[in-house]
Ligand binder design. Structure first.
Ligand code: GLA
Length: 404
């Protein structure tokens, strides 16, 4: 055998052996991850005080107790790479350094996330990880980072499977369990290939602060709540424990109406999306706090089966969504897409709701279910017609349990 062939064989054996160990860390995001991210409110205007104050606020205002765990720094934390290529935090915005900041956040019983990009530069023009993947993963691990959001700017000519797999392998090699949140905007249908690569993947371009609109930038669009919801059609088969369809960070508490905020939060919960807050949690209205800490809605999102809801019926501008839950329970959301208040009159027993994917049936003709309204606590059962009125862009969310 020629030496070059021997070399090739040795190399491929080596690759196989290496890849056999290069898996994403299991056990992270068994339910959709919950936390906060700096981008929606602060964009590049971030510093270590903001991150510390946010962690403090999350402990004080009940967000931590409600399940929000990660404090995530998005773009623009970066300084330069040093002479060895090691990335540094911006010395002016983060003078104490990332290790100290991670220690602080951990000291509050929370976890910390950071942001990078598969290209040479991030979307904000800072150093990306291209060509530095192993080095950056090692640096983040040494700082004590728990979560990496990995963006897709400046990637012309890059293969997304290769780029994201390289970073996954780098995280594994760095040896610290770090949740890998892929932010590739759904361009290459990551739901089809990334189950073993990331713990979640963005399914769309960026969210925009509106309930029902498309906001066009020069070469791409940003999307309102309903637009993002519609783009999830057909994706539920790809989502589950450890690998979630990510509908982007929440806009709750940033200027939508209270009904819109509730519907937005409920939709993300029903579709088992990661719940990453995008508001300024240091100053929240009571209404925003009530929405974001609603135990019932969060429990629907965090249900351990991790089955994403689907739209089982549409009647004019009203939509009906169902999510099978653990122990034979169900969540049902009725959403009013219109800008007018709409009456709801739903005869449960006229509808047999059949989920082909999970092989579960919500059969109110055979079983009477009691329901609890997740927002109001009101109760009822499926033997009686549901009569209600939905506010413009409002949604009702019910949890159903078979009556024993
Ligand atoms: C992209 C991402 C956003 C945010 C910005 C930061 O647009 O999709 O979520 O991280 O970059 O520059």
């Amino acid at each position: 055998m020629k030496r070059s062939m021997l070399n090739m064989l040795a190399l491929s054996a080596c690759t196989v052996a290496f890849n056999a160990h290069a898996q994403k860390f299991d056990g992270l995001a068994a339910t959709p991850q919950m936390g906060w991210n700096s981008w929606n409110t602060f964009a590049c205007d971030i510093n270590e005080k903001l991150i510390r104050d946010t962690a403090d606020a999350m402990v004080k205002n009940g967000l931590k107790d409600a399940g929000y765990e990660y404090v995530n720094i998005d773009d623009c934390w970066h300084g330069k790479r040093d002479e060895k290529g090691v990335i540094q935090a911006d010395p002016e915005r983060f003078p104490s350094g990332m290790k100290a900041l991670a220690d602080y956040v951990h000291g509050k019983g929370l976890k910390i996330g950071i942001y990078s990009d598969a290209g040479a530069t991030t979307c904000g023009g800072h150093p990306g990880s291209r060509g530095h993947e192993y080095q950056d993963a090692q640096t983040y691990a040494a700082w004590g980072i728990d979560y990496i959001k990995y963006d897709w700017c400046d990637t012309k000519g890059l293969n997304p499977v290769g780029a994201y797999t390289t970073m996954r392998d780098a995280i594994r090699a760095a040896g610290r369990p770090m949740l890998f949140s892929m932010c590739e905007w759904g361009d290459s249908k990551p739901w089809e290939w990334a189950k073993d690569v990331g713990h979640s993947w963005r399914t769309t371009g960026d969210i925009y602060l509106c309930f029902d609109c498309e906001f066009s930038e020069a070469s791409y669009s940003r999307w309102g709540v309903l637009q993002i919801l519609d783009k999830q059609a057909g994706l539920r088969v790809h989502s589950g424990p450890g690998h979630w369809n990510d509908m982007d960070m929440l806009e709750v508490g940033r200027g939508l109406t209270e009904d819109e905020d509730r519907s937005h939060f409920a939709a993300w919960a029903m579709l088992a999306s990661p719940l990453i807050l995008g508001n300024d949690v240091r100053k929240m209205s009571d209404a925003t706090k009530r929405i974001l800490t609603n135990k019932e809605v969060i429990a629907i999102n965090q249900d351990k089966l991790g089955i994403q809801a689907w739209r089982f019926m549409q009647a004019g501008r009203l939509e009906y969504w169902a999510k099978p839950l653990d122990k034979g329970e169900w969540a049902v959301m009725i959403l009013n897409r219109s800008e007018q208040a709409m009456p709801v009159s739903y005869q449960w027993t006229n509808h047999r709701v059949n989920d082909d994917m999970s092989k579960r049936v919500l059969d109110t003709t055979k079983t009477v279910y009691t329901w609890t309204d997740a927002w109001t606590g009101k109760t009822g059962d499926t033997s009686k017609k549901l009569e209600s009125k939905l506010a413009p862009h409002g949604a009702i969310v019910l949890r159903l349990k078979a009556r024993s």
